[in-house]
Design a protein. Structure first.
Length: 278
């Protein structure tokens, strides 16, 4: 499928062939089986997603245990994160309907955040959502949620009409507006939701690879290269490794930001699906 390789490079063009382990590149994002002979889906990235889910469940059970009127530091941290999602996303975007969707939004934010931060954790050093299949799954879940909520409230045909034909559009424009609105609400939304998360995490981690690996090669150079003395190569390598810490910090910030954006957009799509036609 060569056409899809431009859109999903990890799953089609890159991971389908054999590559040397060094130097690293986009093939470094390919999955590895947990043991020899394991099924293709039993790999390090799926295991990482399962670990992320377990961490999210354990965290919320831990902060919810033994609640007190005067909160402990543990309880305060959990309540602060919960309030950011509850007040800053769910209630602001959904109004009085927010309670029904709050568990999903809180789980979504937590799961994306944990898996994004795996890219900075030394046991993993890989953000789960830099593998495009995982963002696709979350985008599909969000797609089912906001369309299901809209259908449950309005009925299938009224919801479909509201989604593809905004009120007040003159009939001569229907032939133009209906396809555009259909593509926007049923195709573009889930596709951009997934690709935004994937592209940010993939690109950020690829930049980290470039600075760390390139810096290591330059720092350990023992011979001049391209007319440059060894001391200059070593100095450039050291500077690259130092700068990589700033890249790590930036990737961490982007991971938090992308978890927030994905959750906000999910709430926004649910809100638009529930909105009354004007």
């Amino acid at each position: 499928m060569p056409g899809l390789s431009l859109l999903i490079p990890l799953d089609w063009a890159v991971c389908s062939g054999e590559h040397e382990s060094f130097p690293p590149g986009v093939f470094s994002f390919c999955s590895r089986p947990l043991w020899d002979g394991a099924p293709g889906w039993v790999n390090n990235q799926v295991a990482q997603a399962v670990i992320g889910a377990a961490i999210v469940i354990a965290f919320w059970l831990w902060v919810a245990h033994a609640q007190k009127i005067v909160p402990s530091k543990r309880q305060f941290a959990g309540e602060w994160i919960y309030n950011v999602i509850r007040n800053g996303i769910a209630r602001d975007m959904l109004g009085h309907d927010y309670r029904r969707f709050l568990p999903y939004l809180a789980t979504l934010f937590s799961f994306i955040l944990v898996n994004n931060l795996f890219g900075e954790f030394f046991l993993f050093m890989f953000p789960t959502f830099s593998k495009v299949g995982f963002p696709w799954i979350l985008a599909i879940l969000t797609f089912l949620l906001y369309n299901g909520a809209g259908i449950a409230k309005s009925g299938f045909l009224p919801y479909l009409k509201k989604s593809v034909l905004p009120a007040g559009v003159p009939k001569p424009l229907w032939i133009l507006i209906i396809p555009l609105e259909f593509l926007s609400n049923f195709v573009v939304r889930p596709v951009t939701l997934a690709l935004r998360l994937f592209a940010n995490m993939f690109a950020g981690h690829l930049v980290v690879l470039v600075f760390v690996v390139g810096g290591t090669l330059l720092l350990t150079a023992t011979e001049p290269g391209n007319g440059m003395p060894t001391w200059l190569l070593n100095g450039a390598g050291g500077a690259s490794l130092v700068f990589s810490f700033a890249i790590f910090a930036l990737e961490m910030f982007v991971g938090v930001l992308q978890a927030y954006i994905f959750t906000v957009l999910t709430a926004q799509y649910v809100s638009s699906a529930l909105a009354e036609e004007h």
